[in-house]
Design a protein around this ligand. Sequence first.
Ligand SMILES: Cc1ncc(C[n+]2csc(CCOP(=O)(O)OP(=O)(O)O)c2C)c(N)n1
Ligand code: SF4
Ligand SMILES: [Mg+2]
Length: 200
Amino acid sequence: MRTWLTNIQWCAWCWDTLIIMALKNAFKELQIESHKRVVVSGVWCSGKASQYVDGYAAETLHGRALPFATWVKLARPELTVVIMWWDGDGYGIGMGHFIHSCKRNLNMTYLVFNNENYALTTGQASPTTPIGAKTKTTPEGNTNLPFDPIQLAIDAWCGFAKRADSSKFAELKEIIKEAILHPWFAIIDITQACPSFKRW
Ligand SMILES: Cc1ncc(C[n+]2csc(CCOP(=O)(O)OP(=O)(O)O)c2C)c(N)n1
Ligand code: SF4
Ligand SMILES: [Mg+2]
């Protein structure tokens, strides 16, 4: 029997799967049925993440998931809108949209899968790569200070900003539920292991 898990195209040991499972369980426990929710993703290790969750889904362009989701929320305010973005996607090319979405504070939930590198393109430094980390673009160690997305979100008047860890499944699921129930824009920056390229 094929299930959503057998269709997943990430590395077998990727922790992205845990985040998807936490989101699916959060939807179930909050009784948000598939026709009442939209999951919007950008481009990253697998833009297919939005396709691994039942319901309306959109796989958009790199860095452009937030404007797409904003349009969906304005057109259909009764729907629960969850955006899945990645550190390169959301804090790099999509950074401007991130700040303005915090300021606009529409009722949407923004999950950032933060693996501290550009994994799809095989391991370059991202805006959250720590100082000293060796990547393909920083072979002698990263010399740029990483962004603190939570501090940035708070400074931009985001309604809800929390950090979570994909290895703490139950806690992550509860934070996702809290974020979905929050009436304003809610961001969760989720620490995510990427065994293939994050080696620090
Ligand atoms: C406009 C545009 N620029 C560049 C790319 C190439 N590209 C694809 S994924 C990616 C970065 C992925 O990093 P991240 O968003 O952190 O996701 P991860 O793969 O780490 O999960 C880049 C630069 C693209 N697809 N579109
Ligand atoms: S490269 Fe990293 S983030 Fe991408 S699927 Fe593999 S383990 Fe996951
Ligand atoms: Mg990344």
